[in-house]
Write a protein that binds this ligand. Structure first.
Ligand SMILES: NC(=O)c1ccc[n+]([C@@H]2O[C@H](COP(=O)([O-])OP(=O)(O)OC[C@H]3O[C@@H](n4cnc5c(N)ncnc54)[C@H](O)[C@@H]3O)[C@@H](O)[C@H]2O)c1
Length: 355
């Protein structure tokens, strides 16, 4: 597909800014517009980077359809704006979360309809319900929990969670906003023949992520090692054995570029995208990697109490996307942490946020 002008909502965020820069680097003649309300602490630090790469920035809000109009005529939209924390909304005020993650995504789809444009939606593994992921069969190893191959739930194996996983049950308010958005986007796809691609991502990590304890764990953990701040293993007995798969931002960017070549081909169903079993890590293992790369030991406390919406293991089973096209995540957890370390070493301004 020959793209002329692409709008990236949440374009000053971690994922949005990296996709924006990659598009300018890899697609000749493309115009890229990044729209962001700079809600996320740290996103404003991406603005000079966007400018340097000749990406037009609009300070705007996806909750307001009028703001999207400022982007002018587009032929594709990549929706990366969100309140992405799984703890968001838990203290009672769900307004911002719902308005941004659900209505914002619908406003984006509506803008695509009016522009006859395609869309990629960055969804999340958090759409999968919590109970069956908490009560599944786990094997406890010395440094991590593993998913057993012998599960009662469909779509679950030692390879992780596939798109066949049953969708009934609570999934966190954050997960529900993203799942509701998926459902609406599916309707937009069907009713208006818009090529809308839905990628359900596990943990994404890499440079230019302004990670915090509840979102962006890889950066948060590494930065805490760099700046010698105490950490805590929280939940599941406080042993640090909980596991996530991780996808380097470069691997996600590669997938998005591939999908942009032929969006219609990918505009059906949903696609799990993540590091998979081979690129997964427990907190204990992450500590060891951070220790090796920074040379620093930090004090690690323990809180056995499991937090709201937390799950012991999440691994993306990516067999569907792997067999559909040539894409597979490649960069290891070590490489992810190494690249974040390099980025922070080169960017003292970014470091300030973690000190
Ligand atoms: N980072 C991950 O591990 C991960 C995993 C799965 C899915 N995702 C999804 O990927 C997308 C990007 O996440 P991210 O990690 O880059 O988060 P991020 O917080 O770095 O980026 C999101 C951007 O959206 C902006 N934003 C928030 N509310 C907005 C609004 N109302 N209008 C306009 N802009 C707004 C923020 O300022 C921020 O720059 C999100 O949709 C998230 O749900 C992220």
């Amino acid at each position: 597909m020959h793209l002329k002008r692409v709008l990236i909502t949440g374009g000053a965020g971690f994922v949005g800014s990296n996709i924006a820069v990659a598009l300018k680097t890899h697609v000749s003649g493309i115009e890229v517009v990044a729209l962001d309300n700079l809600y996320r602490k740290g996103s404003s630090l991406n603005l000079p980077r966007l400018e340097k790469n000749d990406i037009k920035f609009i300070r705007g809000d996806v909750r307001n359809p009028q703001d999207l109009l400022q982007a002018g005529k587009i032929d594709f939209l990549i929706e990366c704006s969100a309140e992405p924390s799984v703890l968001a909304g838990k203290d009672g005020d769900t307004d911002y979360l719902v308005q941004t993650n659900l209505y914002g995504a619908i406003n984006c789809a509506e803008y695509c309809r009016r522009n006859n444009a395609g869309m990629i939606f960055l969804s999340t593994s958090r759409v999968y319900p919590i109970d069956p992921l908490t009560n599944c069969r786990l094997i406890e190893k010395a440094d991590r929990l593993e998913l057993s191959d012998n599960q009662e739930v469909a779509g679950l194996s030692s390879k992780g969670v596939s798109e066949e996983f049953p969708m009934a049950g609570a999934r966190s308010i954050y997960g529900a906003t993203k799942y509701s958005a998926e459902i609406m986007l599916e309707e937009y796809r069907q009713a208006f023949s818009i090529p809308i691609v839905i990628d359900r991502c596990g943990v994404i990590a890499g440079p230019w992520q302004f990670g915090k304890v509840d979102q962006g764990i890889a950066v948060f953990w590494l930065a805490s090692h760099m700046f010698q701040k105490p950490l805590k293993y929280i939940g599941f007995g406080g042993t640090g054995k909980q596991v996530r798969d991780m996808m380097h931002i470069d691997d996600l960017v590669r997938l998005v570029l591939l999908q942009l070549e032929d969006p219609a081909k990918f505009a059906k169903g949903v696609w799990n995208a993540g590091g998979g079993r081979n690129i997964s890590v427990s907190l204990i293992e992450l500590t060891e990697i951070c220790r090796r790369i920074t040379g620093n030991d930090v004090q690690i406390g323990s809180d056995p109490q499991t937090r709201y919406a937390d799950i012991p293991v999440y691994i993306s089973d990516t067999d569907k996307i792997n067999s559909f096209c040539s894409w597979k995540a490649e960069k290891s957890v070590e490489k992810i942490i190494y690249d974040i370390h390099e980025w922070l070493n080169d960017n003292p301004e970014a470091c300030q946020l973690f000190k």
